[in-house]
Design a protein around this ligand. Structure first.
Ligand code: HEM
Length: 282
């Protein structure tokens, strides 16, 4: 889904991106939080491996950009690559290839792992809550399916924290006065576990959101404020379509084994055993 929406890729390029990007994003997510291992050791080590991935990626993006520029129907396309190729700065100049490649990679890295991991948690939680699974049935009940995804994101937010840096001379938050350059980190997971905001916070109970909107100052899996996730609506739509399709086409076997522990994959926090499930085609 993300390769189509972001890159507008089809055919050979789609296959190449599909083969390259999972390993590239996995390694990139680790290097993003461990700068010490980023060094290229004369062609060896994780830093060098990432550089080689990046070269392959840039070559594919170059071909996609060339194809987009030659596409007479470019104006009708709605993938992000097509929009960036057509976009212009205030002085009328286009974005460079490098800038376009960087923006696409940001959208992919921010958008794929997070959405896929949330869906993995949805499977993990549903298998351990057969009552919710049977209430969802074939997934036709929009209110219950949407509430389930909201509750999955409350109990298992895949991005655990988000930070801001104070840019003005001084900022007062509650009883704290913070000088310029202070980094403030909001722990998303802790807020979601606050009993003052959610009754019985550790219970997985989608009913709390059926027919009710989540309060976006208490439920913040997508962050908040001016830098709130730009892909939140797209991710919500994607997850809804995937969950509805899975429930329509398959029955999921409940699990009796313990809840999966959380495992950090660098950016997203995933079920340690991958949220695997036994399913049967309906
Ligand atoms: C379930 C899926 C997703 C989750 C949980 C998620 C979570 C987040 C979070 C927590 C932030 C930081 C917000 C803040 O600091 O206040 C963020 C930012 C961002 N996300 Fe997402 N995201 C998801 C899907 C997506 C998708 C599908 C895209 C793009 C296609 C995307 C693109 C971005 C971008 C570009 C930013 C940076 C926004 C900025 O700094 O202005 N995300 N996301």
């Amino acid at each position: 889904m993300i390769l189509g929406a972001v890159f507008g890729a089809e055919g050979a390029e789609l296959d190449e991106l599909r083969a390259l990007l999972p390993s590239m994003v996995k390694l990139g997510s680790i290097l993003a939080v461990l700068p010490a291992v980023r060094r290229d050791l004369r062609g060896y080590g994780p830093g060098a491996r990432f550089r080689r991935y990046r070269e392959q990626y840039d070559a594919i993006i170059d071909r996609l950009i060339d194809r987009a520029r030659a596409d007479p129907a470019l104006g009708d396309r709605d993938d992000v690559l097509a929009m960036l190729v057509q976009s212009r700065y205030d002085d009328g100049s286009p974005m460079s290839r490098g800038e376009i490649a960087d923006q696409l990679l940001t959208l992919l890295a921010a958008g794929h792992e997070t959405t896929a991991t949330t869906l993995a948690w949805a499977v993990e939680r549903l298998r351990r809550h057969p009552d919710v699974l049977s209430r969802l049935g074939t997934g036709d009940d929009d209110a219950w399916r949407e509430a389930t995804l909201i509750e999955v994101q409350r109990v298992r937010p895949v991005v655990e924290m988000t930070s801001r840096q104070v840019r003005c001379d001084e900022l007062t938050i509650g009883r704290w006065t913070l000088p310029r350059r202070t980094v403030v980190t909001a722990c998303i997971a802790l807020l979601h576990d606050d009993p003052a905001l959610f009754a019985d916070p550790y219970a997985f109970d989608p009913a709390r959101f059926v027919g009710a909107r989540a309060d976006t100052s208490a439920w913040i899996p997508f962050g908040g404020g001016i830098r709130r996730c730009i892909g939140a609506s797209f991710a919500t739509l994607e997850m809804n379509v995937v969950l509805r399709t899975v429930l329509r086409d398959f029955t999921i076997e409940p699990a009796t084994d313990p809840s999966e522990r959380s495992h950090s994959r660098g950016i997203a926090v995933a079920p340690a055993k991958g949220g695997l499930a036994v399913v049967h085609r309906r």
